[in-house]
Design a binder for this molecule. Structure first.
Ligand code: ADP
Ligand code: MG
Length: 467
């Protein structure tokens, strides 16, 4: 159980956050309906308690529904996974706390505010207070999904917007948007109108509740409950693939609600037509309202998000660091956020400003995970992008300085970052001679010595490309 809980937690929060806060979590013991988990310092314990406590309990309960409480304490754990030898509460004295526990360490607010949980409809449905429309940064890749979500939050059950189907890859903001809709619906009660009742849950939770209802012979209650809401929101629907009974149940609920004019909002990692493994009739119905996708992020959006998060945490992060992160971590906003949070926490802990150097140091493991070996083509692409010239100019014969200089920088970086020989590099740059490459290398190093702005530029490029 413990290893499954851990793995699921790891998948949910992402590699970065996991390594930062949860890696040292170990099982302390299990005693009836209470489970104890241990962390080595008070600082970590408090952090994990306030940020992951509820998730931990929920995950545990879904693995083993006898568990009522998960206690997070300071202590050294027995070997993780050692099953029954766990001594009850092998709590080490609380003062094994390292310097991380010094009073007065500000908890950075980039990751703040999970202490007061908001329960919806008494179902243990937890909305994250950070996930609102206000905190959602809008850019090209997500503006359509954002607009659809806002529309549904303002006017549920509008024709054409029911069901609303949001889809996109991991960490692109589906859950954030879903919560934002739920928050807005719950709080913007129109004058005189009755409150809108909203049920939000992951498809996994839906299944879990459904199975529990069958076990407790309370399926009728379960159905009535669900069918009495005004808005039903199901996150990560792809989870229902292969779970035929639950799918069936969801389909009936879905139909009953739509027929009664209630709003449905669903998210998934793929579009309805690509969700093979879902029943055809369900896919058809899911796709007949509004379908909006969250596209992969752009560099601009990643920068805006980082800026917003840094501002929220009231820390100053040099633009170069933000650029660096936005270049390096491109796949997933959660990872990007996790990286920033780790930087912020590190800088608060050690009272050191955030610089490119500390960034590389603190995020060493993450950056390496996002790295592949650099190729000359990649160097050419990044450099061209950076200096805003055409990629084809890397190999062209043009000698205008605004083109020739970036080309020399790219050759210089190719020499530094790859193991290619000078003639090989020359060939990739429009069949230039190896002496041209040699000249470029010495020219760029010369310029870097004399011009610190230029040197910083090249340095930034190097760090962005480096493995
Ligand atoms: P998904 O559900 O698609 O896997 P999430 O909604 O959980 O992704 O988003 C992952 C993290 O990235 C969350 O912390 C979320 O707040 C953040 N995030 C995603 N998109 C945005 C955005 N446009 N603006 C601000 N934060 C975002
Ligand atoms: Mg999600």
């Amino acid at each position: 159980e413990w290893s499954r809980v851990r793995t699921r937690l790891q998948n949910e929060v992402g590699e970065v956050e996991y390594r930062t806060w949860l890696r040292q979590l170990s099982l302390g013991g299990a005693d009836g309906d209470e489970v104890t988990v241990l962390l080595p310092t008070r600082f970590l314990r408090d952090w994990v308690r306030s940020h992951y406590g509820d998730r931990l309990s929920a995950l545990w309960q879904s693995e083993n529904n006898r568990v009522r409480r998960v206690d997070i304490r300071v202590g050294q754990g027995v070997q993780p996974l050692a099953p029954s030898v766990a001594p009850p509460h092998s709590t080490a004295p609380a003062d094994i706390t390292a310097l991380t526990d010094n009073a007065g360490v500000a908890i950075p607010s980039a990751v703040d505010g999970l202490d007061d949980k908001n329960e919806g409809r008494g179902d243990g449905i937890v909305l994250d207070p950070r996930y609102t429309f206000d905190t959602f940064v809008v850019g090209k890749p997500n503006e359509f999904a954002f607009a659809c979500a806002s529309r549904v939050a303002d006017q549920p059950s509008s024709p054409g917007f029911n069901p609303l189907f949001l889809y996109g890859g991991v960490g692109l903001g589906k859950t954030h948007l879903m919560h934002a809709v739920a928050w807005k619906l719950q709080t913007s009660r129109r004058a005189g109108a009755p409150a809108v009742s909203v049920a939000y849950m992951s498809a996994e939770k839906f299944m879990y509740k459904f199975i529990a209802a069958i076990r407790n012979q309370s399926t009728i209650e379960f159905k009535d409950n669900l069918r009495s809401v005004d808005v039903l929101m199901i996150d990560d629907l792809q989870f229902l693939i292969g779970k035929d009974n639950t799918q069936e149940e969801f389909f009936h609920t879905f139909n009953a609600l739509v027929d009664a004019g209630k709003q449905i909002v669903v998210s998934a990692d793929k579009s309805p037509s690509d969700l093979s493994g879902l029943e055809d009739r369900l896919r058809t119905r899911l796709g007949c309202g509004m379908v909006a996708d969250l596209h992969a992020t752009t560099f601009e959006l990643r920068i805006s998000i980082l800026e917003a998060k840094a501002a929220k945490a009231s820390v100053s992060v040099p633009p170069r660091v933000l650029e660096f992160l936005a270049h390096k971590i491109t796949s997933n906003i959660r990872e990007l956020e996790g990286a920033l949070n780790r930087l912020v926490a590190h800088s608060a802990l050690f009272q050191r400003p955030i610089t490119l150097e500390t960034t590389q140091e603190v995020l060493h493991d993450i950056l390496r995970a996002h790295d592949r070996r650099v190729t000359i083509e990649e160097i050419q692409r990044k450099v061209a992008e950076h200096y805003n010239i055409r990629l084809t100019d890397m190999a062209s014969a043009r000698r205008a300085r605004n083109v020739a200089r970036p080309r020399q920088v790219a050759m210089f970086l190719a020499k530094q970052l790859t193991s290619r020989s000078l003639p090989e590099i020359g060939r990739k740059f429009g069949n230039r001679d190896h002496t041209t490459v040699m000249h470029a290398v010495s020219r760029v190093s010369g310029l870097m010595e004399g011009d610190s702005a230029f040197a910083e530029d090249v340095e930034l490029l190097r760090r962005m490309l480096e493995s």
